[in-house]
Design a protein around this ligand. Structure first.
Ligand code: ADP
Ligand code: MG
Length: 645
């Protein structure tokens, strides 16, 4: 096997064996191996030859597994790569040490271990929440570096604040009770922690964390309060690592800044997670156990060279195990490449592949009669969205320049204009991605001018995107089930899986959008057209009153476009959902919309019925004059090409 072939095999080529291991077989193997390992770990301390130092070695291993599992919650699931995670370990250790040694320092009465360790846990969790609140606004490497800075700063504070922490000399704790007790305690805690992450990953909360990793802004625009969730998980991971820090301090009976705050604890957590499989439940467990024993072996046999050996190992992981050990079996493990792609927003090429199942339906493409959709008589209509004098500038460029736009209930409105006329920017203003330079927006009865994107989504405005945003690592079904109306979920719903009603609705919509055959495939494997359909489905999952469609048909073949048209009409007719659609396909707009707004250079150029608008000389000049010899109908189906998001 050549290195390349080996790499491909390890990296995710699919074979029947691999598929079996990725599904039912894998679960069986994990259960059997897990039960055997646990049984062995339970009887180990009872065996005759087991010394206290062996038990201590094992508790250290449990600790490094726990730290890696915690690191993976933010680094793997949420995609926030923390270079300073060991800081929470040090804080847990120090709070415990300070409280337990108060007496020997002459500062008061020494605390018993359990409350001291628990307070250490609470303190690191609270501090993680506080610091995360600020640092988690940063993206990619900036977050990583800021956490490294936090780590170094905390160590130096500990060193300097001698009166409380003993400074560089450190603190000595009262002797611990019993190694066996610790062994079992830490075993129970680490097994509990693994179980907790396993459960968490299956709740909406866990899926939302992955959504944050995949596309944070998209998650916000679908109603997920991303800041709250990521800070919460960061704080939980900090508390949990702080707990293990406190336990370690008690057992070690001594702390000083250099052994409580150690960079290698973070590095080990990262390496262990990478080795095992980033963003998976078992990856950090398998990886850090492996790394721990590898280290023990390397240490004893290669003393002087163990760091070199470790470096070589890391390079080998990068080259040959992009998805870690777990990734060999589990196709959905995250590839290491993602880590290096930090912060880079991925753009999906507009000219992307044609849909896979394009011709699959026996449906005849039938033109939709204008006005066929349900439109309430004028008096009955209510205003859903009303935006006044919207101005948005990018530096010297005024992308949207004083636009008024409104959409009534049950209405389908087209928004057209040449490339760069500000259509997408106007959508971004409405869904609150951009702050406004002037103007105000009302959604229903609420002034949303200053709300966050997730709040707007919760009020019933959903959208799709010119540059497709789906959560590529999640399956189509998960994408759908995650795009519920988050305003209705509440804290309890956050820790549950999708309810039967949601699942049924997702199933129905996937059927309706012809996505059902792909329901359990990662959204990243869909064609461009299918992803556009998925986006429409995700928008509809939240029961919106208004959907903004940004070039929902671009790059989709004409047959499928007809299908989308039919579906939009029936959704509009049956559920009364209003649509505001940006379209290059003028025929599409003319068929669906009774009212069209034309933008040019950020200004509203015209408004009226499709026919009226198309006959206005200014529109012909701006829209078609600029585009050369194009006629409206030619501009339609081929809109994908030459399109610059
Ligand atoms: P449309 O969707 O009508 O094709 P856009 O709203 O994407 O147009 O763009 C309007 C103008 O604003 C373009 O000139 C574009 O280059 C500019 N623009 C859009 N987004 C940004 C941004 N984030 N930063 C700077 N300029 C932008
Ligand atoms: Mg656009």
């Amino acid at each position: 096997m050549t290195p390349l072939r080996l790499r491909q095999w390890l990296g995710g080529a699919t074979t029947p064996l691999r598929q079996w291991l990725g599904g039912a077989g894998g679960r069986l193997v994990v259960r059997i191996a897990g039960a055997a390992a646990l049984a062995w770990l339970i009887v180990l301390p009872l065996a005759d030859g087991t010394s206290d130092s062996t038990l201590f070695t094992f508790t250290l291993m449990f600790t490094s597994v726990a730290v890696a599992v915690n690191w993976n919650l933010t680094g793997g699931f949420t995609g926030y790569v923390d270079f300073g995670h060991a800081v929470w370990f040090g804080i847990g250790a120090y709070v415990t040490a300070i409280l337990m040694s108060l007496q020997s320092n002459g500062l008061g009465i020494g605390w018993p271990p359990i409350p001291a360790i628990l307070l250490g846990m609470v303190a690191s969790g609270a501090l993680a929440g506080l610091i995360g609140r600020f640092t988690m606004h940063l993206k990619g490497p900036y977050f990583s570096i800021s956490m490294l800075g936090t780590f170094v700063a905390m160590r130096e504070i500990t060193r300097t604040w001698g009166g409380l922490t003993g400074g560089g000399v450190g603190l000595t704790l009262p002797p611990y009770l019993n190694r066996q007790l610790f062994y079992y305690l830490e075993l129970a805690l680490v097994v509990g922690l693994i179980g907790l992450t396993w459960w968490l990953r299956r709740t909406r909360f866990g899926a939302a964390l992955v959504a944050i990793r995949e596309d944070e802004l998209g998650a916000q625009m679908r109603g997920i309060a991303t800041t709250r969730l990521k800070v919460a998980v960061f704080s939980f991971a900090g508390a949990s690592t702080g707990l293990f820090g406190g336990l370690w301090a008690y057992q070690n009976t001594f702390v000083d800044p250099d052994i409580a705050f150690v960079e290698t604890r973070t590095i080990d957590a990262i390496m262990g997670t990478l080795l095992g499989g980033l963003g998976t439940v078992l990856g950090p467990v398998v990886g850090s156990v492996g790394l721990y024993w590898l280290r023990e072996v390397l240490w004893t046999n290669l003393l002087d060279y163990h760091l070199v050996a470790q470096g070589v190992l890391l390079i080998l992981i990068v080259l040959f195990l992009p998805k870690g050990i777990v990734g060999i079996f589990y196709a959905r493990a995250m590839s290491l490449r993602k880590l290096w792609r930090w912060g880079a927003s991925e753009s999906v090429s507009q000219a992307e592949s044609e849909p896979r199942s394009e011709g699959d339906s026996a449906r005849q493409s039938r033109p939709v009669e204008p006005g066929q959709h349900r439109v309430a008589p004028f008096e009955e209509r209510t205003r859903i969205v009303e935006a006044n004098s919207i101005v948005k500038r990018f530096g010297g460029l005024t992308a949207v320049d004083g636009v008024d736009i409104e959409v009534f209930s049950g209405e389908m409105v087209g928004l057209i204009g040449p490339n760069g006329s500000g259509k997408t920017t106007l959508f971004d203003c409405l869904s609150r991605v951009h702050g406004l330079d002037n103007g105000s927006i009302r959604l229903g009865a609420t002034d949303i001018t200053r709300l966050s994107p997730y709040q707007v989504a919760r009020l019933g405005m959903a959208r799709t995107f010119q540059v497709i945003r789906v959560y590529r690592d999640l399956t189509v079904r998960e994408n759908m089930e995650l795009s519920v109306q988050w305003g209705e979920i509440g804290v309890r719903g956050l820790f549950q899986r999708a309810d039967p009603a949601t699942r049924a609705r997702a199933e129905q919509l996937m059927e309706f959008l012809m996505l059902a055959p792909m329901a359990d495939e990662p959204a990243g494997t869909l064609s461009g057209g299918q992803r556009r359909l998925l986006e429409i489905g995700m928008a509809l999952m939240s029961n919106p009153s208004l959907v903004l469609l940004d070039e929902a048909t671009s790059g989709i073949n004409p047959t499928l476009v007809e299908n989308i048209k039919d579906r939009l009409v029936s959704i509009n007719a049956e559920q009364g959902v209003s649509f505001l659609m940006v379209e290059h396909n003028v025929q599409f707009v003319a068929d669906l919309c009774e009212r069209v707004v034309v933008l040019d250079s950020g200004r509203k150029l015209a408004e009226g019925s499709p026919r009226e608008v198309m006959e206005e000389p200014a529109v012909i000049e701006a829209y078609f004059g600029a585009a050369g010899r194009q006629s409206p109908s030619e501009d339609g189906a081929g809109a994908g090409e030459g399109e610059n998001p």
